[in-house]
Write a protein of this length. Structure first.
Lengths: 470, 107
């Protein structure tokens, strides 16, 4: 009886999770997505807890309370820190899967070896390998995103790296395979931790060679792994709710990584094994001196006032400078003069999928004026002023024209098609990916040098002040 | 009831469920607004913390202490993801406003 009720609760929870994701299709219904998700999760937890075999309650309560103690502050981080928080939660998800898999193996080894069927052992092995590599890989990714001093930011590469990584993985597979075939052999109980440690090490080695520009893709891939480790746990525990919810997460991570890869014209294997850093080191070494044309903020404000369509192209540099709210002031000032203002959002602007949208939404810019790359590009020739704020590689025309460029083939926002281009740049150094940008030397491009927040703030002042005088 | 009855694992039906839910997942996620990909990721973080179910079973059942301890750590990790995942998703989604909604809002 109780078993049937629990299964029914799990079915309802699954349906709620599917509705939850469905409601994310539109910002108008998205708040319902959270409600449905919370309801589904509460139902799943209570139904599981209510089962008669759950007899120790104190530890459950303590773990849940601690989860709240850590979880609530983690949900209040600044929006620039959301990528790190996301990576950290992938790490937690991976750890949970790995630990449950480990617990189940040793439990069955001592109390019910007949449970350790080949199929279950395969599932346990997948669960701990995926879980533990996601754990360390995501921790390292979170550390890189947080820019911790003792973690190398630039890709760490060395000769034979892929050989070492794949060799390690192959060793884990061979040892894991032995444990799968001989789960109760005395040596297997000792090999199990070895496989766990190899997976933990593999997670670190997998992320070490990956640089900042690839982080959006990597976070998505780790998201997928975290989901798949939950699926594996479902196979181990014979629990279909775990399989469905894990599969939803796994497919979400998969789709986001495909979108990110397309947005950078890269393949999965290229991101994971390509060591982007090596390529750029070779081609960025063109020591040619080119000159920028600088413009004053006053001059830029005058030209902006004459425009009828202004497209603002934000990059992560805007967020680093905390210039979002000043950008919003410029947006307001221009709109008050009857000028149409749109934001062109590249899929990899920011440090995780959709990051830029959230940063601009926080600055209270209506989401209806945030336009995707594919939609804005046909409009760029009609654009009077393109204002590039802290973006670099996503507007670099070399991606379309220069076959030698490491970002060749990457789709870009065609800022170079606009009638006038203003680019705000902190210094004359190259961008995140370390590549020179042709756009800055174009005939119609004028540079506004300085801190993005200061320059945009000054621009806002000029625009609002100007309207009072005329 | 015996402490460890061994139910025959229904492997085909589990694979079936996995296959179908992957297709549903892909279908639903493809339609998610690109504006919301960051909240989507924090939402799926929270949902995939469904591993909490396995963690509760390991922590609360009549198992040896060291096994239950592993479960409790997993339960803590999952619960952290559930709490922070749903809260931050909600926090981000509240920020997405249209121009009309913003004018109508009191502040």
């Amino acid at each position: 009886m109780i078993h049937t009720l629990v299964q029914l609760a799990y079915i309802v929870a699954t349906a709620l999770f599917i509705f939850s994701l469905h409601w994310m299709s539109d910002p108008k219904t998205a708040r319902n997505a959270v409600r449905a998700g919370v309801a589904g999760m509460a139902l799943a937890v209570l139904a599981t807890w209510a089962q008669p075999q759950i007899i120790h309650h104190a530890w459950i309560v303590i773990a849940i309370v601690l989860g709240f103690v850590v979880g609530v502050p983690l949900s209040r981080v600044s929006l620039t820190a959301v990528p790190q928080r996301t990576a950290l939660s992938h790490a937690f998800g991976g750890a949970a899967a790995g630990l449950v898999g480990t617990a189940k193996y040793y439990l069955w080894l001592s109390e019910g070896p007949e449970n350790l069927t080949t199929f279950r052992m395969i599932a346990i092995m997948l669960e701990i390998v995926l879980g533990y590599l996601t754990f360390t890989g995501s921790l390292l990714a979170a550390g890189k995103l947080q820019e911790l001093k003792w973690i190398p930011q630039r890709p760490v590469t060395y000769p034979g790296q892929n050989f070492v990584n794949l060799g390690l993985l192959a060793l884990a597979v061979v040892l894991g395979g032995y444990v799968v075939v001989n789960p109760t052999a005395p040596i297997s109980a000792a090999l199990f931790p070895v496989v766990s440690v190899l997976s933990l090490a593999f997670g670190v080695l997998l992320i070490l060679p990956i640089g900042g520009a690839d982080m959006p893709t990597v976070i998505s891939i780790l998201n997928s792994y975290a989901g798949l480790s939950a699926v594996a746990m479902g196979f181990v525990l014979d629990n279909k709710l775990l399989i469905t919810a894990g599969a939803l997460d796994g497919s979400s991570g998969l789709i986001l990584s495909i979108i990110m890869c397309r947005a950078m014209n890269r393949s999965f294997s290229n991101v994971l094994f390509g060591a982007f850093g090596q390529v750029q080191a070779g081609s960025a070494a063109t020591g040619e001196e080119k000159s920028y044309k600088a413009e004053t903020v006053e001059g830029a404000a005058q030209i902006l006032e004459q425009a009828s369509l202004v497209v603002i192209i934000p990059g992560y540099g805007m967020a680093v400078a905390q210039a979002q709210h000043k950008v919003r002031e410029v947006y307001d000032a221009l709109r008050q003069k009857g000028i149409t203002v749109k934001f062109a959002i590249h899929p990899v602007a920011g440090r995780m999928p959709g990051h830029m949208n959230v940063l601009l939404a926080e600055a209270e810019i209506p989401y209806t004026d945030l336009v995707e790359m594919d939609e804005i590009n046909p409009e760029m020739p009609q654009c009077d002023v393109a204002l590039v704020i802290g973006a670099n590689d996503v507007v670099n025309p070399a991606a379309a024209t220069d076959k030698a460029s490491p970002i060749y083939g990457m789709p870009i926002i065609q800022a170079d098609k606009a009638r006038t281009i203003f680019a705000i740049k902190r210094s004359k150094s190259p961008g995140f990916a370390g590549i020179d940008n042709e756009l800055y030397f174009g005939d119609r491009t004028w540079m506004l040098f300085g801190d993005a927040k200061a320059v945009v703030g000054e621009l806002a002042k000029q625009l609002t002040g100007g309207s009072g005088m005329h | 009831m015996g402490t460890h009855e061994v139910p025959a694992l229904d492997l085909p039906s589990m694979l079936f469920v996995f296959m179908l839910s992957t297709f549903i997942g892909v279908g639903v996620i493809r339609r998610v607004s690109r504006l919301l990909h960051t909240p989507l990721m924090s939402l799926t973080n929270a949902i995939s913390a469904i591993a909490v179910v396995g963690a509760i079973l390991v922590t609360g059942s009549d198992y040896p202490t060291h096994i239950r301890l592993l479960g409790a750590v997993a339960l803590f990790a999952s619960m952290t993801n559930i709490v922070s995942g749903f809260l931050i998703t909600n926090r981000m989604l509240k920020m997405f406003k249209t121009r009309d909604a913003e004018k109508a809002a009191p502040k």
